[in-house]
Design a protein around this ligand. Structure first.
Ligand code: FUB
Ligand code: ZN
Length: 615
């Protein structure tokens, strides 16, 4: 195999792709919003995460499995190996755009540790060693063996693409071949309780052109919802595992949110490579169910703490929201695959919305602390943590930040460059270089200049939020533009603050609105609204906002408006007769300050809420 450019989802040869990828190296970001965060990812986050992999004993688990360390026990969750794999994927992607010898040395050392732990038959999972060797492949339902393999495959593909080195890819191929002997066409039917390997196997196929891996991915998707179940083991909740019906008949997003969305991403990958109309139709139904009934206004997924799962239609509690950061990452991954397949702007719209409002809140401005759970309302006790016993989210954010350029643009077979996300920088294709100038998301002006020597064709997404409709499917679409050498064009998307209301069936949100400005959802934090309790605040119905800055969030556009606040509450009642006028609380006018939700909990702890009542 020859060294390739670093693609994240390599649809260069995908039969059903409308769009082909542009390599990470060829989309160079220079903006002042994302690129400083990506720089922090490279210089702070990825280093501190490796330290956590050591502290949490994830690395020692590999050393124990290889025999390099003896006399120690396995530590952590049975899927702890995946923490290292996601970190490797993140570092590899980062090195593709920003070489860093220190980071690379840590990466290669990590790969050396895991490669040494691979068994002669290709098996690799540090939980199932020694005393647990007998348990291998006995509990697909719960124990995440294939899930961990999936993250290894993704890491290996990214490492190979970014560095051209084959050591990790060979490890991945040996493990995939091992799994194929068990669960491929010659083996038993088997699928993992936690989908992930499906999408990874398709990417492994794309990197190696070995059809075995594509077939295995397809087989694992088709294995779900059958009798007897292929997701066998110690658990019994099939709906939770998306194993209650065949995937083609799954018309809603249900069960564990991350599993659901990774499964959907895997199915989308299969349909990019193969004609599978029933899988495609199921995807459309799932997407509709998600965006019309089960998605938070932030793009977050998963209403219930119980089982980290989706709730029923319109079950979207703000304070008890789960909205795991990994589920937001998985949603972005799924939507990108749907976008590459269809070229439909609604997927790029949702990616934008999810990136800003559901992924980004997951990491602190310092780059060292994370949210796992993302409530839309909180009393101020929910704070980001430096790591978690179950550390799935931190490296998931890191890999997405490292891969962000791949979400910015892609190219079609007529060589038209499709601009999906607006981030300043330059995009290089065989046709030449396009520069992108913008101060997005704070301002809506975006300018494109053809710096090349040939005519260039662009398709520029017009964000759905410009039509006040980023959730309700009013088509936005792509505007075609032709630029001669040296020519420029400019779009001005109005970032006027807007108020969003929820469907009446979300009963807890009756009479409330959320404020958005451009792609950003705003919230109210006690630190900026120190008079009384922010639960007593109301927006005024004229909804006029001015743009200002606030202490402690430099560069952020905050919104100020006039509203009201309960001044006094009668103290002795919880409920009262609505006709009993004598006990009404009194109101006074009150200035309100809102900040982007992604920035919350980066200053003094205090109450926060997205949804606000309107007087
Ligand atoms: O089970 C592996 C990961 O840990 C899931 O994706 C997360 O939801 C967390 O449970
Ligand atoms: Zn997570």
């Amino acid at each position: 195999m020859t060294l390739k450019e670093t693609y994240v989802i390599d649809t260069t040869q995908s039969k059903n792709a409308t769009l082909r990828p542009i390599a990470l190296e060829n989309i160079r970001l220079t903006d002042t919003f994302w690129e400083p965060r990506r720089a922090k990812n490279r210089t702070v986050t990825l280093h501190s995460q490796y330290d956590k992999l050591e502290e949490s004993k994830c690395m020692d688990n590999f050393r124990r499995a290889s025999g390099r360390k003896t006399g120690i026990d396995f530590v952590g969750w049975y899927f702890a190996d995946s923490d290292l794999y996601k970190w490797i994927e993140a570092v590899s992607a980062s090195l593709a755009t920003h070489p860093d010898p220190d980071l690379e040395a840590r990466l290669e050392a990590g790969i050396d540790e895991l490669a040494a732990a691979q068994q002669p038959d290709g098996y690799l999972n540090t939980y199932f060693m020694f005393e647990r060797e007998k348990d291998r492949w006995t509990d697909l339902h719960v124990l995440h063996e294939i899930y961990c393999a999936g993250h290894l495959f993704q890491a290996a593909v990214m490492h190979y693409r970014a560095t051209g080195k084959t050591q990790l890819l060979t490890v991945a191929e040996r493990l995939a071949d091992h799994i194929n002997t068990r669960f491929g066409p010659e083996g038993k039917r088997g699928a993992c309780g936690h989908p992930e390997a499906e999408l990874a196997l398709v990417e492994l196929f794309r990197a190696t052109r070995n059809e075995t891996y594509l077939t295995l991915a397809e087989r694992m998707i088709e294995a779900r919802g059958q009798e007897p179940t292929a997701v066998y083991g110690s658990g019994n909740n099939k709906r939770y595992l998306q194993d209650h019906v065949p995937y083609k008949d799954l018309k809603e997003v249900t069960g564990h949110a991350v599993r659901m969305l990774y499964l959907a991403a895997g199915a989308a990958d299969v349909t990019l490579e193969k004609d599978a109309p029933e899988l495609r139709q199921a995807q459309d139904a799932q997407w509709e169910n998600f965006t019309e009934r089960r998605m938070y206004v932030t793009g977050g997924a998963g209403a219930r703490h119980e089982g980290e799962s989706f709730g029923a239609d319109y079950e979207l509690p703000s304070d008890r929201a789960y909205a795991e950061t990994c589920a937001a990452v998985a949603s972005v991954m799924w939507n990108q695959r749907l976008l590459l397949q269809t070229g439909d702007a609604k997927y790029a719209d949702l990616i934008e919305h999810t990136l800003y409002n559901a992924v980004l809140p997951g990491i602190s401005l310092s780059g060292t602390e994370y949210f796992y759970v993302n409530p839309l309302e909180n009393d101020g006790t929910h704070r980001r943590q430096a790591w978690f016993g179950c550390a799935c989210c931190p490296p998931n954010i890191a890999r997405l930040l490292a891969q962000l350029p791949s979400y910015v643009a892609s190219i079609d077979d007529e060589k038209t460059v499709w601009i999906h996300q607006f981030i300043a920088g330059e995009i290089e294709t065989e046709q030449g270089v396009i520069t992108v100038e913008t101060n997005y998301p704070w301002e809506g002006a975006v300018a494109f200049t053809n710096k090349g020597t040939t005519t260039m064709h662009l398709k520029v997404r017009v964000p759905a939020w410009t039509q006040h409709a980023w959730v309700d499917h009013t088509p936005s679409g792509y505007n075609a533009v032709t630029l001669e050498p040296g020519e420029a064009t400019r779009f001005d998307f109005p970032v006027t603050p807007l108020c969003i209301s929820a469907h009446p069936y979300v009963s807890s949100l009756a009479g409330s609105v959320a404020v958005v400005r451009g792609p950003l959802v705003y919230c109210m934090e006690a630190v900026d609204n120190a008079e009384g309790d922010i639960r007593d605040y109301f927006l005024a119905s004229d909804l006029l906002f001015t743009e200002e800055s606030v202490r402690g969030l430099e560069g952020v556009v905050a919104l100020k408006t006039k509203g009201f606040r309960y001044l006094t509450h009668p103290s002795h009642w919880l409920y009262q007769n609505t006709l009993h006028n004598g006990e009404r609380p009194s109101l006074e006018t009150q200035a309100l300050t809102l900040v982007p939700y992604f920035a919350w909990a980066n200053r003094e702890a205090g109450r926060m809420q997205i949804w606000m009542r309107v007087s």
